[in-house]
Ligand binder design. Structure first.
Ligand SMILES: Cc1ncc(COP(=O)(O)O)c(C=O)c1O
Length: 376
């Protein structure tokens, strides 16, 4: 049977390959595949959500006080902040994914350039393509996947000037870290380019640009933060864009009025007020990181770890086969098949020490590694 005609989307959308992550059937498994918090949120978050009266479900969400809470949290957790932040510098989004989408919707223009790196987070590309942008993705450099600063600077200052520069810092999936100073220099040198710094994993290693930035002097800089990975709210979807009020305002113009639901607002307020829980989780991840990296080094497994709550490893057996066998052992990791420079690797998120022990036991058995030391 022939298909009846249907309305065509924009040309850019008709040829777009959607960003689709294999997200089904993950409950009950050890989730080391999406860099999520592997324990769940603070008990205070759970309590706050449970306390929402059912009649409130019928009311559109209210955002009063949320920007102020983000400001208070950032001021408390960012030592050496040069200038106090204000609520007008905070954009609220249904996850950082929605913030990224809004950035491209508002600033990405047909035929203009997105400058970024590769391999990096997979959602930047589709967002650029849906606006009809051209993408210049500069590869990370050398065996340590160093940030290609000179090449990025060269293209940034070339003609035509890129419209958006997107830096994932630390980078997902290579963990590459870039100090805040060069980022500020890039932004200052290219005032007509929106320089977006995706700091989703910043809590695990530092390096934020926030302590140094003056959004009045550098209004083309935008920082992205989320409560998905540290606070354990990935399923509720809440993220922030921090920047000059004029830029935050342009993002709001392309975002729906009730983009974030009431549960996420309640959860975010409780999570932001319980920084001790987030700090405790980050500290546990860093302990587990030290433990698993020691095992990998002792067993001579090729791996790469820098910033973030994840690392790459290259199994001797085909990566997809190891991924499949780990899944059989109820452990999820993410194959990097198809990603430039890191083909053949697996990205493994870091959870608690106990969870990394479970991972290592299964991995060592699959790879036939002997003498794997299992005590923490
Ligand atoms: C670098 C990076 N940016 C953004 C996101 C999306 O974050 P959110 O869950 O807040 O939408 C992710 C999620 O994996 C990510 O790795």
């Amino acid at each position: 049977m022939t298909q009846p005609p249907f309305p065509q989307a924009r040309m850019e959308v008709e040829i777009l390959q959607a960003y689709s992550a294999p997200l089904e059937g993950r409950r009950g498994l050890l989730r080391l595949d999406f860099n999520e918090n592997t324990l769940g949120p603070s008990p205070l978050v759970v309590e706050a959500i449970r306390a929402i009266p059912a009649e409130h479900y019928a009311i559109y969400p209210e955002y009063n006080g949320l920007r102020e809470a983000v400001v208070a949290n950032l001021m408390a957790t960012t030592p050496g902040l040069a200038r106090p932040l204000v609520p007008a510098q905070i954009g609220l989004f249904n996850g950082v994914d929605a913030a990224i989408h809004a950035v491209f919707h508002a600033f990405g223009e047909l035929g203009h350039i997105l400058l970024t790196t590769r391999p990096t987070f997979g959602y930047y590309g589709p967002c650029a393509r849906m606006q009809g942008m051209a993408i210049e993705a500069v590869p990370y450099e050398g065996p340590e996947f160093a940030f290609p600063l000179e090449e990025i600077r060269r293209i940034l200052l070339d003609v035509p000037r890129p419209r958006i520069l997107l830096i994932c810092n630390p980078n997902n999936p290579t963990g590459t870290r870039l100090a805040p100073e060069p980022i500020l220099e890039l932004a200052a040198a290219a005032p007509h380019t929106l320089v977006v710094v995706d700091e989703l994993y910043e809590a695990f290693t530092g390096d934020s640009v926030l302590p140094l930035v003056d959004f009045a002097a550098t209004p083309n800089l935008l920082v992205l933060r989320s409560l998905a990975k540290t606070a354990g709210l990935a399923g509720l979807r809440i993220g922030f864009a921090i920047g000059a009020p004029s830029v935050v305002d342009r993002l709001a113009r392309v975002t729906g009025p009730y983009d974030i639901n009431s549960f996420a607002v309640t959860a975010a307020l409780a999570a932001l007020a319980d920084q001790a829980y987030i700090d405790g989780y980050v500290a546990e991840v860093l302990r587990a990181r030290g433990w698993i990296l020691a095992q990998l080094a002792a067993a001579g497994v090729r791996h790469h770890a820098a910033g973030g709550n994840y690392f790459l490893l290259w199994p001797e057996s085909p990566a997809l086969e190891v991924e499949r066998r780990l899944r059989k052992a109820r452990i999820l990791v993410r194959s990097m098949a198809g990603k430039p420079l890191i083909e053949g690797s697996l990205r493994v998120s870091i959870g608690t020490i106990e969870q990394m022990q479970r991972f290592w036991e299964a991995y060592a058995a699959i790879e036939g590694l002997s003498g794997a030391e299992l005590s923490a």
